[in-house]
Design a protein around this ligand. Structure first.
Ligand SMILES: Cc1cc2nc3c(=O)[nH]c(=O)nc-3n(C[C@H](O)[C@H](O)[C@H](O)COP(=O)(O)OP(=O)(O)OC[C@H]3O[C@@H](n4cnc5c(N)ncnc54)[C@H](O)[C@@H]3O)c2cc1C
Ligand code: FES
Length: 295
């Protein structure tokens, strides 16, 4: 039985700000209630928290959201920022909440992404983000640039080259917070289905085009997060080209800590998780290698 992470806890938190993005997105900045001297454990990219309002206006079951980024403060531990797409009751209640309100915050949960910097490897990462699936990539890009900065201080080669981020969505308004991504140390390319912003098409066709014109090398490693049809297309591309590939699943979740079996995903018998026919996305994921699970 896979246990919940040891550093996870359930806390109240204060909502510091709610920033509405164009389209249906919102940025929530949240400050956990901490005892004096208490700190939030360092957060790895793509760990997630279960969130709900505490005033009874959220559904009782909190909803899972990736940590998007941390907002440093001079007078205390950083605030946590979540990027939320409004799709139903839970996300709407969060988006309609006001600064000063109390939220329930359970986490950090899940294992996050695999390390993008260890062991050192010069094969670049290509991050493929679909819509709100961009949220777990902000801190992933930051982690790679931090690794490069540390290496420079030690006069060593960067452990991992700067990544490529291919960010796709249906239309321009669904490319959430793109200006913030544009400031990161990565090669950002945008694609929209309707051509209203960037390349017209999806992220896989954009990747094929960028490889064909030499902007991205053939030998890459892939990490993807987005809707299931996109993840299946990414898996087909990676398998056809014999590429290492991770996908992060945004499954429905009941508990987030391995108890309810609400988030199981089938495993491939020949893969490294295959002794049991399924894995729990909340405690064994949310990211899996594509040779471990059936999408
Ligand atoms: C590990 C993890 C990280 C996530 N990170 C983020 C994030 O950073 N930002 C973000 O906006 N969302 C994220 N999600 C998805 C988010 O949890 C759901 O959108 C949310 O739970 C929906 O709650 P709701 O009450 O608004 O919708 P509900 O009322 O629960 O659902 C409304 C409708 O949408 C469908 N639905 C619900 N969730 C999903 C889903 N994940 N995929 C497809 N259809 C769904 C339901 O079946 C229903 O038809 C993440 C999910 C996981 C598992
Ligand atoms: S969400 Fe309950 S077991 Fe994963």
């Amino acid at each position: 039985m896979v246990a919940p992470p040891k550093d996870a806890c359930s806390k109240l938190a204060e909502l510091i700000s709610v920033e509405h993005l164009p389209g249906d997105g919102v940025l929530l900045t949240v400050r956990p209630d901490l005892a004096p001297g208490e700190e939030v454990a360092p957060l790895d990219p793509n760990r997630f928290f279960m969130l709900r309002r505490e005033d009874g206006l959220s559904p009782r079951i909190p909803r899972p959201f990736s940590i998007y980024r941390e907002q440093p403060r001079t007078d205390g531990p950083p605030d946590l920022v979540f990027m939320v797409k409004v799709i139903g009751d839970g996300t709407r209640a969060l988006a309609e909440s006001r600064p000063g309100e109390k939220l329930r915050l359970i986490g950090p949960l899940g294992l996050g992404w695999p390390s993008f910097t260890e062991p050192a490897n010069e094969t670049p990462w290509v991050f493929l983000a679909g819509g709100i699936g961009s949220a777990p990539f902000f801190m992933a890009v930051e982690a790679i640039s931090n690794g490069a900065e540390m290496a420079e201080l030690r006069d060593e080669a960067a452990p991992t080259p700067a990544p490529f981020l291919l960010y796709g969505a249906g239309t321009k308004d669904l490319v959430y917070d793109v200006d913030a991504f544009a400031e990161l140390d990565c090669a950002l390319h945008v694609a929209t289905d309707d051509g209203s912003f960037g390349f017209q098409g999806n992220v896989v066709t954009l990747l094929e085009k960028l490889q064909a014109d030499g902007s991205i090398p053939d030998k890459i490693r892939i990490a993807a997060c987005g809707p299931m049809p996109m993840l299946r297309a990414v898996e087909r591309f990676a398998t056809a080209n014999d590429l290492e590939c991770y996908v992060s699943l945004e499954d429905l979740m009941g508990c987030g800590v391995g108890i309810c079996n609400g988030c199981v995903v089938d495993t491939k018998p020949e893969g490294s998780l295959g002794a049991w026919p399924n894995a729990k996305c909340c405690v064994e994921g949310p990211a899996f290698r594509t040779d471990q699970i059936v999408l």
